[in-house]
Design a protein around this ligand. Structure first.
Ligand code: UD1
Length: 399
C-alpha cells in the first residue's frame, strides 16, 4: 500500500556542463510538487568552476545533495567510475525514480545502474538521433532510451525514432524543451558582451569591433570528431581564419579544444587572423554573446537549440544533427567541417543575412519542466520511499 505521507524521492542526475541548464528547471518544478522530493546528484564529470561551479550559481541550482567527484578519464573509466560510485548512493537513497538528462557519459552510467537495480528511469531529451554511431553521445542516447521507463521528448520527430527502435509509445511523453525553459527564464539576465570581454581581459579599444551591431561571429567547437582529428581541426581553423579576416570573431574554448589547438599550434593562426580566443563562459555570458552575434558557428547540441529559440543564424559544423527541427523550422544550417564548405556557406550568409526561423518549434514555450513534473507527480507521488539519510555525502558543485 502506498505511504501518502512520504514524498517520492526523485534522484536527478547532472554531470557535465550541458546537463546543468536542463536539470535546473526540472528540479525547480519538482520542488513545487508536494508529493515529490527531488534529490540532486552531481557526478563530477565536469568539475572546474568554469565548466560546473558557475552554472550552479547563475542558474540558482542548490548545492548537490551528493557529489560523486568522479573527474576526468577516458569514456570507459569515466563511465565505470560513475557507475561504481552511484550504485551505493542509489541503494542508500532508495528513490522512486532516477531522472537523467541529455546524452553525456554521466547520463549513461546512472541509467545503467538504475535499470540494473530495477529503479524506474526517466530520460529527459529522449529520442534524439544523429544516426552517427561514431559520436559517443549517440551510443549513450541509444542505450539510455532502451532502458528508460519514461521518455520525455523535446521535438516531435523523436517519437518516430523511438518507435523505430521498438519503444512502446505509451512510455513517450512529448513535453517540449527544458533548455528553452532556462533560456526564456534567464533572457533578461543575459550579460552584455562588453562586460564579458572586459572580464576576460580584452582591452576596451580592442573590444570595439566586437560590440558593433550585426557583425559578431561567435564560435564554439568541442566534438571529438572535429577537434581530436588533426586534419579536420586544421581544415576548420583554415576556414575560420578566412572568416575572421572579414568579421570580428570570438572563439569560446572548451578545455578539450584549447588542448588540441595548443598541441597543433593552431591557436596562433586564429589569433593572427584577428580571432579572439576566450575561456569557457558562464550561462548568462553565453546568452549575451549569442543574442549579440550575427552568426554562430558551433558543433554543440544545445547551441543549435538556443540559436533557433533566439532567432540567430547558426552554422552547425557537422554533417549530421540529432536536432533536425532546428534545421526544418529554425535558424540552423548544417555545414560540413571543411574550409571550402565554410567559405561557401559564409559567402551566402553575407549576401542574404542568414537563415531566419520559420517558427519556434512546438512546445518550446518555457513549460517543459512543468509538464515533466506533472507526469512524474501522477506516476510517483505517494510511492513508498523508506526513510533514509540522503545527505550523508553532501557535496559542493565544484572548486
Ligand atoms: C562532454 C560530453 C558532451 C558535451 C560536453 C560539453 C560525453 C561523452 N560528452 O564532453 O556530450 O557536449 O561534455 O562540455 O559525456 N575538462 C576540464 N574541466 C572540466 C571538465 C573537463 O578541463 O571541468 C577536460 C577533461 O579533463 C578532458 C576534456 O575536458 O580532457 C573533456 O572532458 P570530458 O568530460 O571527457 O568530455 P567533454 O569533451 O567535455
Amino acid at each position: 500500500m502506498a505511504n501518502h505521507s512520504a514524498p517520492a524521492r526523485i534522484l536527478c542526475i547532472a554531470g557535465a556542463r550541458p546537463n546543468f541548464m536542463k536539470v535546473a528547471p526540472v528540479l525547480a518544478a519538482l520542488r513545487r510538487r508536494n508529493g515529490l522530493a527531488p534529490i540532486l546528484v552531481h557526478t563530477g564529470q565536469h568539475y572546474d568552476p568554469q565548466m560546473s561551479g558557475q552554472f550552479f550559481k547563475e542558474l540558482g541550482l542548490p548545492a548537490p545533495d551528493v557529489n560523486l567527484e568522479v573527474g576526468s578519464g577516458n569514456h570507459a573509466t569515466q563511465t565505470a567510475e560513475i557507475m561504481a560510485r552511484f550504485d551505493p548512493v542509489l541503494e542508500r537513497t532508495a528513490p522512486a525514480c532516477v531522472l537523467v538528462v541529455g546524452d553525456v557519459n554521466s547520463t549513461l552510467a546512472c541509467a545503467l545502474v538504475a535499470a540494473k537495480r530495477g529503479v524506474p528511469l526517466a530520460h529527459v531529451e529522449a529520442g534524439l538521433r544523429s544516426y552517427d554511431r561514431t559520436m559517443p553521445e549517440e551510443i549513450n542516447r541509444l542505450v539510455v532510451d532502451q532502458l528508460a521507463d519514461l521518455l520525455f521528448t523535446s521535438e516531435a520527430g523523436a517519437l518516430i525514432n523511438l518507435q523505430r527502435e521498438g519503444i512502446p509509445t505509451e512510455r513517450v511523453h512529448f513535453v517540449g524543451n527544458v533548455m528553452v525553459d532556462t533560456l526564456l527564464a534567464n533572457a533578461e539576465r543575459a550579460i552584455p558582451v562588453a562586460h564579458t570581454l572586459a572580464a576576460s581581459g580584452v582591452e576596451p579599444a580592442r573590444a570595439v569591433p566586437f560590440l558593433e551591431a550585426g557583425r559578431l561571429l561567435l564560435v564554439t567547437l568541442h566534438r571529438p570528431s572535429n577537434v581530436d582529428d588533426p586534419s579536420t581541426l586544421q581544415g576548420l581553423v583554415a576556414g575560420l581564419c578566412d572568416l575572421a579576416r572579414l568579421r570580428p570573431m570570438l572563439f569560446i574554448l572548451h578545455p578539450r579544444s584549447r588542448a588540441r589547438l595548443e598541441q597543433a599550434g593552431l591557436g596562433e593562426q586564429l589569433e593572427a587572423a584577428g580571432c579572439v580566443l576566450l575561456p569557457p563562459q558562464g550561462y548568462l555570458a553565453m546568452l549575451g554573446l549569442q543574442r549579440h552575434a550575427s552568426l554562430v558557428l558551433t558543433d554543440s547540441g544545445g547551441i543549435q537549440e538556443e540559436t533557433t529559440a533566439l532567432g540567430i543564424p547558426c552554422f552547425t559544423l557537422r554533417t549530421t544533427t540529432e536536432r533536425p527541427v532546428t534545421v526544418e523550422e529554425g535558424t540552423n544550417q548544417l555545414v560540413p567541417p571543411e574550409p571550402d564548405a565554410i567559405r561557401t556557406a559564409f559567402g551566402t550568409f553575407l549576401k542574404n543575412g542568414g537563415k531566419g526561423a520559420k517558427r519556434r518549434p512546438a512546445l518550446w514555450d518555457g513549460m517543459a519542466a512543468e509538464r515533466i513534473a506533472t507526469v512524474l507527480d501522477h506516476r510517483f507521488a505517494g510511492a513508498r520511499c523508506p526513510s533514509t539519510d540522503v545527505s550523508s555525502s553532501k557535496g559542493t558543485p565544484g572548486p
